[in-house]
Design a binder for this molecule. Structure first.
Ligand code: PLP
Length: 364
């Protein structure tokens, strides 16, 4: 790719075989529906590759995400998993796109859904409850999730309104231990019995970790076994559909980013992507990615050293929190491939300074 394009702008390299591999893992090891969390990487090629690999269910958080899923195929099902939605979006989701599954974590949101859908008889309400957290790079339960008592009350309300019912939780993104999944399922069991409601759905969320530098989470199978153990312990009814909604673990390895060095000053390099574009998770999640230098017309020195990495904007805060280890003779014009960048990268780019990376290639 580099020898053909000699790219001066960042290039996202999509690796479909990696996407297919992680899809296969979930499809063969998770005992229920695997919903891909579209927000993590909504690129049409990513959605299509996952769909063709067998992922037919999608966690959507907005009307454009729902539209993207519906555009894939009549066999692709979208679930509206944002706990706070505009009234317009609820109406559009239900009437235009035929969405039946909605998440809530507050009685007023349930009331909005019942009103806007005119008390439709085909609704399924999933009540999201908060989990204790503590082992994930991103805590999500401070923003969303009802307390166990409030969740039980909401579950009863949804059932009494004639809706199908479910419980949902999210242990936090890049969760490094399997235990919170087992604990989350146990808490779901307690909430369902307190509410005396038979669950139609149990959604164990996303949060399954990807591999980054300095972070060696247990294998995915440990996380999926924790879910299975949890489910066995609460004796979930056979008819209850188990769901998970991974983003990161499905797509992190499916994309790398090739950037170019624009200037070197001693132990600092200036590259054409940064924290306001594809690399914001170096700051928000303190993530470090594997990097390798690429030179098209010669070899690198063997000695490596740490470089401070500045991004492309004219803003002094555009610097990565951790150094890159690169050959000591790296210079202007060399490229760097940053791996494991399929999750929350292109999805989060801003237009700051008029810069907005959007070149994609697929690498077979
Ligand atoms: C409701 C919901 N589901 C799934 C995900 C995906 O999480 P992850 O990428 O950690 O698997 C998120 C991420 O924010 C989310 O908010």
């Amino acid at each position: 790719m580099i020898s053909v394009l000699q790219p001066g702008n960042p290039v996202y390299c999509l690796h479909p075989e990696e996407l297919r591999k992680s899809a296969r893992q979930f499809l063969t090891q998770f005992p229920g529906h695997t919903l891909y969390a579209v927000k993590c990487n909504p690129h049409p090629f990513v959605l299509r590759t996952l769909f063709e690999a067998g992922i037919e269910h999608f966690d959507a958080a907005s009307i454009p995400e729902i539209a993207a899923v519906r555009g894939l195929s009549a066999d692709a099902t979208a679930y509206y998993m944002h706990p706070v939605k505009t009234r317009d979006a609820i109406l559009t989701a239900h009437t235009v796109y035929g969405i039946r599954h909605f998440v809530v974590d507050h009685p007023d949101e349930l009331a909005k859904i019942l009103y806007e859908t005119n008390g439709a008889s085909d609704l399924v309400i999933l009540v999201r409850f908060a989990t204790p957290g503590g082992v994930a790079r991103y805590e999500l339960s401070q923003k969303f999730g009802a307390s166990p008592e409030a969740a039980a009350a909401l579950l009863r309300q949804a059932r009494d309104a004639g809706c199908g019912t479910g419980l949902a939780f999210h242990v936090g993104s890049q969760c490094l231990s399997p235990a919170p999944f087992r604990d989350g399922v146990a808490l779901a069991g307690q909430i369902a019995s307190a509410a005396d409601v038979t669950l139609d759905y149990l959604d164990v969320g996303g949060g399954f970790p990807a591999d980054y530098i300095g972070e060696q989470p247990p294998p995915l199978s440990d996380f999926l076994n924790a879910v299975k153990d949890g489910v066995q312990a609460i004796a979930l009814p056979d008819e209850c559909v188990l769901m998970c909604q991974p983003g990161r673990a499905l797509v992190a390895s499916g994309c790398s980013l090739v950037v170019q060095v624009q200037l070197r000053k001693e132990s600092a390099i200036y590259i054409n992507d940064g924290r306001y574009h594809s690399l914001s998770e170096t700051v928000t999640g303190q993530l470090s990615y594997p990097v390798r230098a690429i030179r098209s017309d010669g070899a690198f020195a063997e000695t490596m050293r740490d470089f401070t990495v500045f991004g492309p904007t004219c803003d002094s805060t555009d610097v990565l929190p951790s150094a890159f280890s690169l050959p000591e003779d790296i210079r202007e014009g060399d490229w760097i491939e940053i791996g494991q960048l399929g999750a929350y990268s292109n999805a989060l780019v801003t237009r700051f300074n008029g810069i907005s990376p959007d070149h994609f290639v697929t690498i077979e």
